[in-house]
Write a protein that binds this ligand. Structure first.
Ligand code: HEM
Length: 644
């Protein structure tokens, strides 16, 4: 994304209001890194719970909360009011597998048959419904800020306009993939009936006018079966009170709440591209279930910062124990992805979550070589070419929060891949963007890592810091295994949905964590182990000695694993790059896995194009090969967390 857009995003919401700013003055450009440094580290972070209850309804949907963390402060509105019936009807009919198809009938949704675009044209673009949709959306935006239900409705409309936009733009991409196993270009023009409400809603809510992880596909797309169940934060508070009453040590490490009201079993999808009951549901709802714990994570993170600010070692130990035990639960939920969303199903819905960042000056996405023209969004009805990253877990805030708190972010190398990671951090609700920037500054200013790793402070705190870095490693390692098995083995297309390079981006970050882990373990020695065994907080409890041994062993294992994994990862990435190049001789990386246009006679004599023609004419063969790859799916080389 052009830096001008990042600046526009930081100073004003994008969309129509940002229209003039998108072409902003070159001299006013600042890098995102600079922007993150200007955050005021001593400023106050406010949470939902800090605001009077009667004002909650007017607060942004993603106001940070100690109970809900990064989930919306109020569960998403599942059903639109009747006046939005035309939009709702299209979204219900588009899903590839319709409820009636589940008995074994052929998929019959509009996206299955390639009839979605024509239906949008007939019902919205050329019919009266399009103008009515614009009018009704404008009425909601213009309604008084304190009108009951205004914010949930705006958020639901934004979610649904994102689904409409992505389904419309990406239908040809998916149609091609279903027929040939290769991707093809998407639609490059977004008609006014979609573009105008999309951009105006984005302006109002402070989002990019494109599908996002939090505000649309994942965290705004669940409904609860039983809303009366408690949140994990509520369960934890109850357990803590009981543990406190018993006066037992270490119960903070033992606290396990489960996901409570956000458990997989209690959630259903509101919208789906492919199948609201199958692997697409599994993919989305596992994210939501993991986020169930984000309230506890935010709480513990804030507790940790306060403790470091006050140089209170005991409170810091407690906060890090809470963080560690909560992270372990997040990992358990993440591990359930393998069975809840099958690797062989992922590409059945993935086409629809791609982005449009396409111009050669950007990361080249051959699906949208010129981005997308949003029709009629300018002040005088002008059209505008824009491009955005696609939906990705890279826009989730749990890992950036841990990276920032543990000061891993500052260890990332200064390269294009890290700039991509920074750019990902702009694709989330404003509240989360600001929180992450603020957290990065606060952790750095307070020196969280130095405080934890100082031998004079506490061997327990030092062990907990190392084990938290190991948690971030475990997350990224499992994630790399997901990427290998769900994507790399199934397609040669080199771009991930968020727009990063699929083989390079994730290893860049995993390698950094492994290095931080290695460095931290190198600072841990026999004296620390001995000090941990005699640490007063442990020796005062009956179970303390046992816990000390468990911690000692875990730190030792983390140290041994880190170096071996980093070396294997380097080899694995080099090998994957070679394999992909050998499989696609002479084909530019950005065109691998894409349908090529039939060659002109002149091109046919060019050897490079002859290679490209081969990819085109053997597309059916590629499909068979993909099937074969699915059958021979193996675990990644760096995996040793019992996953896969
Ligand atoms: C089948 C499962 C998954 C697959 C195939 C997958 C794929 C990917 C890919 C390809 C990226 C690279 C960024 C891009 O999109 O361009 C990415 C990034 C990321 N995803 Fe996922 N993802 C999966 C599940 C999850 C889950 C459950 C989470 C949990 C919140 C998650 C969180 C993240 C994060 C935090 C990043 C950025 C990683 C970093 O900074 O190193 N992903 N994902």
């Amino acid at each position: 994304m052009a830096i001008s857009k990042i600046v526009a995003r930081h100073h004003a919401p994008p969309g129509r209001a940002a229209f003039s700013q998108l072409a902003c003055n070159v001299t006013s450009r600042r890098s995102l890194a600079t922007i993150s440094n200007v955050a005021n580290p001593s400023g106050k972070v406010t949470f939902l719970e800090d605001h009077p209850a009667e004002t909650h309804d007017q607060l942004p949907t993603f106001t940070l909360s100690r109970a809900h963390g990064f989930l919306p402060r109020r569960d998403p509105l599942p059903v639109l009011p009747e006046r939005f019936g035309a939009l709702d009807s299209l979204l219900q009919r588009m899903t590839i597998i319709q409820p009636g198809d589940r008995d074994g009938d052929k998929p019959s949704g509009l996206l299955a048959t390639g009839d979605f675009g024509p239906a949008v044209h007939a019902e919205l673009v050329h019919g009266a419904h399009g103008e009515r949709l614009i009018k009704h959306v404008r009425e909601v935006i213009a309604s008084p800020k304190d009108a009951p239900g205004r914010m949930p409705l705006l958020s639901a409309l934004f979610r649904d306009m994102c689904f409409l936009t992505s389904a419309y733009l990406l239908e040809p991409v998916d149609q091609s993939f279903r027929a040939t196993g290769l991707y093809a270009p998407g639609r490059s023009v977004l008609p006014r009936a979609i573009a105008v409400p999309m951009c105006e809603l984005a302006d109002e809510l402070g989002h990019f006018p494109y599908m996002e992880y939090s505000s649309s596909y994942a965290l705004s797309n669940y409904r609860l079966n039983d809303p009366s169940l408690p949140t994990p934060a509520e369960i934890a508070a109850k357990q803590s009170r009981q543990a406190g009453a018993n006066g037992a040590f270490g119960d903070e490490l033992a606290i396990k709440t489960g996901p409570g009201r956000y458990s997989f079993e209690n959630l259903e999808l509101i919208r789906a591209f492919e199948n609201a009951q199958g692997s697409e549901k599994g993919f989305i709802i596992v994210h939501c279930e993991m986020l169930a714990y984000s309230g506890r994570l935010v709480n513990a993170t804030e507790g940790m910062l306060l403790a470091v600010a006050e140089q209170d070692v005991g409170t810091a130990e407690s906060a890090m124990m809470r963080l560690l035990s909560t992270f372990e639960e997040v990992q358990e939920s993440m591990e359930s992805m393998w069975s809840r969303s099958l690797p062989s199903d992922y590409l059945k819905f993935r086409s629809f979550i791609y982005g449009t960042l396409g111009r050669p000056s950007q990361k080249h996405n051959a699906m949208f070589p010129d981005g997308v023209t949003y029709e009629g969004i300018g002040p005088r009805g002008e059209s505008k070419q824009m491009e955005f990253r696609g939906e990705s877990g890279a826009n989730d805030s749990i890992i950036p929060m841990a990276d920032n708190l543990l000061e891993i972010t500052k260890e990332l190398p200064d390269n294009e891949l890290t700039r991509t990671l920074r750019d990902f951090r702009t694709y989330r609700p404003k509240t989360q963007r600001e929180y992450l920037e603020h957290l990065e500054s606060r952790a750095s200013m307070l020196g969280v890592r130095a405080f934890c790793m100082s031998t004079s402070a506490s061997p327990l705190l030092k062990a907990l810091y190392i084990l938290m870095v190991d948690q971030v490693r475990e997350f990224r390692n499992r994630h790399w295994l997901f990427t290998r098995n769900y994507i790399i083995k199934q397609t040669d297309f080199s771009l991930a949905t968020g727009g990063s390079n699929i083989i390079r981006y994730l290893p860049n970050n995993l390698a950094t964590v492994l290095r931080v882990l290695e460095d931290s373990c190198a600072e841990w020695g026999a004296a620390d182990e001995q000090a941990l065994r005699t640490h007063a907080r442990l020796t005062s409890s009956a179970t303390g000695a046992q816990r000390a041994e468990v911690l000692v062993n875990k730190v030792r294992e983390a140290g041994k694993r880190a170096e071996a994994q980093r070396r294997m990862l380097e080899r694995e990435v080099a090998l994957l790059m070679q394999e992909k190049a050998a499989k696609n001789p002479g084909i530019d990386e950005s065109m691998r896995g894409m349908v090529m246009p039939p060659p002109t006679p002149k091109q046919a004599v060019n050897s490079v194009d002859a290679g490209q023609q081969r990819a085109y004419s053997t597309s059916v063969g590629n499909k068979d090969q993909n099937q074969e790859e699915k059958r021979s799916m193996k675990r990644g080389m760096v995996g040793c967390d019992g996953v896969g």
